[in-house]
Design a protein around this ligand. Structure first.
Ligand code: NAD
Length: 284
């Protein structure tokens, strides 16, 4: 187990963010992981070889993520920790208080990445929230700052009215909703794409589409592994939630095969251009 863990840790590529730090391209998300189970699940994820954890104040499990990190014995600096500003704190303007409560809950001293969870455009507060985020980056309590669920107009506002370009934008992204237009904009501005719901959150069957199933058969891999490999080869950072230990291991075993250009473009052909989950403009 020990040997395998180290092999897998070493295999996950790291991507350099525009603010200077590096992020492991594959992480582990803990959305809807019951707080009572989170510590054990995250300890399993760290044991399996994940070194990138994605939580949020809104997931109500930051303290349990922090406890798992301390219990794991893995040095803090080897783990990339993301958390996010909850919508009600964003709305009330309590950004500084919210960030420091997250730091206290996690107990990690600093976060590797702090995200505005949703732009909440009708509230029109994301620009002032971002200015406070710039302060967290400047004082080192956040090693990188970014956004989530931002569309091009929201990113444009930040570009025009603030100083720091987001390191990344964490958005719904999977083969059925590949975010092409947004990605073209982000590529041009040095903003990395991070996929939430990278496996589609169960909103489509993983074995529903021939390009995915055919590639899985050809490489002796599962449909989930093919989808995650598609993300990796597209340069996307992906944070699947493997609810079981078997899925955790499976989702990490994607660095020993490569999809061909034809397989990648067949999977690209599954894009509908229509999101399956919430529209950011509707969350306010
Ligand atoms: P996901 O696409 O990762 O899907 C998770 C589902 O896929 C689970 O039901 C799981 O059992 C199943 N699964 C995982 N591995 C599998 C495998 N190998 N084979 C078959 N089934 C498998 O969806 P998600 O959990 O919603 O997204 C991942 C992470 O993204 C979250 O945990 C969270 O950290 C983040 N997220 C962020 C936002 C945001 O607004 N920023 C929104 C949703 C999720």
């Amino acid at each position: 187990m020990r040997r395998r863990r180290h092999i897998m840790v070493d295999l996950v590529p790291r991507i350099r963010l525009n603010q200077g730090s590096e992020i492991p391209q594959l992480g582990f998300g803990v959305f809807l992981v019951d707080p009572a189970r989170t510590q054990a699940v995250v300890e399993d994820a760290l044991e399996t070889g994940y070194r990138h954890l994605d939580t949020a104040t809104g997931y109500d499990n930051e303290a349990e993520v922090g406890a798992a990190i301390r219990a794991s014995g893995v040095p803090r600096e080897e783990i990339f920790v993301t958390t996010k500003l909850r919508n009600d704190h964003h709305k009330s303007g309590d950004v500084n208080g919210a960030f420091h409560r997250s730091l206290d809950a996690l107990g990690t001293g600093y976060v590797d990445l702090y995200l505005i969870h949703w732009p909440m455009p009708a509230n029109d507060k994301f620009v002032s929230a971002w200015r406070q985020f710039e302060g967290f980056l400047a004082d080192g309590t956040a090693r990188a700052i970014g956004v989530s669920n931002f569309s091009i107009p929201h990113l444009e506002r930040l570009a025009q009215e603030t100083d720091v370009t987001p390191a990344l934008n964490q958005v719904e992204l999977h083969p059925r909703f590949a975010q092409r237009e947004l990605r073209t904009y982000m590529d041009a501005h040095g903003i990395r794409a991070e996929a939430w719901g990278p496996l589609g959150q169960g909103r489509f069957a993983l074995d529903e589409f021939a390009p995915i199933v055919d590639a899985a058969t050809a490489h002796g891999k599962s449909p989930a592994q093919v989808i995650l490999r598609w993300h990796i080869q597209n340069g996307t950072i992906a944070i699947p939630k493997g609810a079981s230990k078997a899925h955790m291991v499976e989702n990490l075993e994607i660095f020993d095969f490569e999809l061909t250009a034809a397989e990648l473009s067949a999977i690209d052909g599954l894009d509908t251009g229509v999101r399956l989950a919430a529209d950011p403009d509707d969350i306010n």
